[in-house]
Design a protein around this ligand. Structure first.
Ligand code: 2AM
Ligand code: CA
Length: 297
């Protein structure tokens, strides 16, 4: 057989979006078949920080699919990084400036997956030189695929998404998440909750940051905030919200970037009001309630 060195080792000529959709839906369908049927459950940093063989298998599946099409792209997946904020910051630093970087959480909401609570998703983002240009969040339990491409809008079930019109906090439905390891972030988180609950219509906490962000984009939630997240929890959801007319910042109100850990994501209308309430909670620390928590980035 004559070999032709001009033939590129790329299968087909699929778009970034097609590959992301294909990978998320294939992995999601497989994850769903494993609900209630995983065999190995490991504790990472604490009993609230879990990983199963399904997380690892799904990440391998997604990585292989992406690398088949784009072998020269970089890849950052949650399961390829040691637990803890230092390791994840270091892993992100290593690849942040890559021309094309895929950022993947194979199961966002592993605790829910383990308990059979149907609120988890696959999150896949593509960044070009540090800027998110594509985001896909797939919820296999409801067969809902949320997708955004930079400058082209965000869609669910093929329909354009828009954030909610809620203009004030008291008419808003807001979600948050709790740090699985407690530690320094927990007292801040509790003060934030105490400050926010009386100001809003109600608060939800369903255990998947990426899916909460997708719900803000779809107008099902007015806002979401959480402390101590990683790039793979937020990158896809950030673009969904951006392309649906909302706003995503850190807790100081600085625009979202891949290094943000403490996120405030809203429909835009209530952003400043929510930021103000969260910031007031931050400055209300009482002695003995915990180490001052370093926010922002
Ligand atoms: P995961 O299921 O992929 O771990 C729940 O509040 C959110 O926090 C989920 O998106 C969850 O993602 C994330 N999360 C869970 N453990 C975490 C950890 N140790 N550090 C940062 N985020 C975590
Ligand atoms: Ca995960």
């Amino acid at each position: 057989m004559v070999s032709d060195s001009r033939i590129e080792p790329i299968v087909g000529r699929k778009s970034f979006a097609a590959v992301a959709i294909n990978s998320a839906s294939k992995a999601g369908e497989w994850i769903k078949t494993k609900l209630g049927g995983f065999t190995s459950l490991n504790i990472k940093s604490s009993p609230g920080d879990l990983v199963t063989e399904v997380d690892k298998g799904a990440e391998t599946m997604i990585r292989n699919l992406i690398m088949t099409h784009f072998p020269d792209h970089s890849f950052l997946g949650e399961e390829g990084v040691e637990p803890g904020p230092e390791a994840s910051s270091a892993a992100l630093r290593d690849v942040m400036d890559a021309e094309y970087l895929w950022i993947v959480d194979p199961i966002d909401g592993t605790t829910n997956f383990v308990h059979g609570f149907p609120f988890f998703c696959v999150s896949i983002a593509l960044a070009c030189k540090g800027e998110v240009i594509l985001g896909v969040v797939y919820d296999p339990s409801r067969d809902e695929l949320f997708i955004a491409e930079k400058g082209k809008g965000a869609y669910v079930h093929g329909k354009r998404m828009r954030v909610s019109p809620d203009a004030v906090l008291r008419e808003s439905l807001v979600a948050t998440g709790f740090p699985p390891y407690g530690g320094a972030a927990l007292p801040l988180n509790m003060r934030q909750l105490l400050a926010v609950v009386p100001k809003v219509r109600n608060v939800r906490s369903n255990g998947s940051a990426a899916l909460h962000l997708a719900y803000v984009a779809a107008g099902r939630l007015s806002a979401f905030w959480e402390v101590g997240l990683n790039a793979w929890d937020m990158a896809a959801g950030y673009l969904l919200i951006q392309e649906s007319g909302g706003r995503v910042t850190d807790m100081k109100g600085e625009p979202y970037h891949l290094g943000v850990r403490n996120v405030v994501a809203t429909n835009g209308h209530i952003h400043d009001e929510l930021l103000q309430v969260l910031q007031s909670a931050e400055s209300e620390g009482e002695p003995g309630t915990g180490t001052p928590f370093k926010h922002g980035e």
